[in-house]
Write a protein that binds this ligand. Structure first.
Ligand code: DGL
Length: 259
């Protein structure tokens, strides 16, 4: 059991930011990554469609005998993880925007959250925000158009910079001291965000926390890979494999898969 891979899926290439955290914390684990780029972005789809796609991705990964699945997509987690957990008999780890640490630590009492429409309109996101925001003002901003640009390989382009300027302006005006990245594609925007935001603003995401939670669950369920041979990592995409390969720093081969 322990040598079986960890399955990871996202609407596209963004979840590779989570894969990197998992690989760093759990270097002996075999992994298999599925990018549903042909259907990206998920953020503008209905909750029903997001659920259907999440089920399709899960069943695909189950063909590879995954022992645990990481839903490396905030949009899929907030709209589908409850049903996935109820339906399948393996552990699922999800990712949600880090509202709690941001509002707990905010001194200016204003934080920004950049996420997809699908995440910001989900019940899970609302419940979490209401639970943790306390007296902090939460400036929510849909990242419309960001995921398609990243999927097209235009992550640090002028078009992206123009979009980000528009999205960050109300947050800067509100004097935020934390920006929460609520989409696994967004850590790749870091160079632009650092350029555009006042230097006092801290940028946080949940990638490391997801890796830690993955480790905790594997330990608790006795599923850690005890073999110390070098781990095998497989990447599949139904979009252009080149984009993902670039984000992985050319380190791995990415296979096209028509799923
Ligand atoms: N990486 C996905 C997320 O974390 C992007 C969603 C989308 O495809 O719009 O939300």
């Amino acid at each position: 059991m322990s040598t079986q891979p960890i399955g990871i899926f996202d609407s596209g290439v963004g979840g590779t930011s989570i894969y990197k955290e998992i690989e760093a914390l759990l270097p002996h684990e075999n992994t298999i990554y599925l990018a549903d780029s042909a259907n990206a972005p998920y953020g503008n789809k209905s909750p029903e469609d997001i659920l259907k796609l999440s089920i399709k991705n899960t069943e695909y990964l189950l063909n590879y005998n995954c022992k645990l699945i990481v839903v490396a997509c905030n949009t899929a987690t907030t709209n589908a993880i409850k049903v996935l957990r109820e339906t399948y008999n393996i552990p699922f780890i999800g990712i949600e925007p880090a509202i709690k640490p941001a509002s707990l630590n905010s001194k200016t009492k204003a934080i920004g959250i950049l996420a997809t429409k699908g995440t910001l309109t989900s019940k899970l996101f609302h419940d979490t925000t209401n639970l943790y925001k306390n007296d902090v003002q939460v400036i929510e901003q849909e990242g419309e158009g960001i995921v398609p640009l990243i999927e097209a390989g235009k992550t640090l382009s002028e078009d992206m910079k123009t979009l980000l300027k528009i999205y960050l302006e109300p947050m800067i005006k509100a004097n935020i001291d934390y920006l929460v990245l609520g989409c696994t594609h967004y850590p790749y925007l870091l160079p632009l965000l650092l350029e555009l935001l006042p230097k006092e603003v801290k940028i946080i995401d949940s990638g490391e926390a997801v890796a830690r939670q993955t480790k905790t669950i594997l330990e608790k369920q006795n599923l850690l890979n005890t073999e110390t041979l070098s781990a095998k990592h497989q990447f599949y995409s139904n979009g252009d494999p080149k984009v993902m390969k670039t984000l992985l720093n050319e380190a791995y081969s990415v296979n096209f898969l028509n799923f």
